[in-house]
Design a protein around this ligand. Structure first.
Ligand code: SF4
Length: 137
């Protein structure tokens, strides 16, 4: 599956994860206008000192072995599934950052095997961004 399709699925699945104004919304302006938005995973959040920051908000995967009834990613839910590798998330984050689209990453995940294995992959992303790439976002 190509990265763009994974991004569509996993940004859409992440929009339920926490409240933010623009995540997953679609807005189009008249031709030549500015201010379009798409459901491609960039949301805004506020820092403790009141600054507004843009975040890439995605799931590592929306596959999950659990069946929490309130959750769109539950195993019994009939939705398209996708999965990023940790390396893909790192690359996407750095690419978006270099283009000045985002200042940070909001990463969550379904649990495709075990909670421990999932957290290991999340930590792998954070460690690679911080330690290998010096990402301070
Ligand atoms: S464990 Fe799985 S089904 Fe339950 S809330 Fe998390 S992602 Fe959704």
């Amino acid at each position: 599956m190509e990265i763009k399709r994974k991004l569509e699925i996993l940004a859409d699945a992440a929009k339920y994860d926490a409240s933010c104004a623009s995540s997953g919304s679609r807005r189009s302006t008249p031709k030549g206008g500015v201010g379009n938005s798409t459901g491609m995973g960039i949301c805004h959040s506020y820092t403790p000192d009141g600054r507004c920051v843009s975040l890439l908000k995605i799931l590592l995967t929306n596959s999950c072995v659990y069946d929490c009834h309130y959750c769109v990613n539950r195993v019994s839910s009939d939705v398209p599934r996708a999965r990023f590798t940790p390396a893909e998330v790192v690359q996407l984050t750095l690419d978006f950052y270099r283009r000045n689209y985002i200042e940070g990453l909001f990463l969550s995940s379904g649990i495709p095997r075990s909670p421990d294995a999932t957290v290991e992959e999340l930590v792998q992303v954070a460690r690679s961004l911080r330690e290998e790439h010096g990402f301070g976002g």
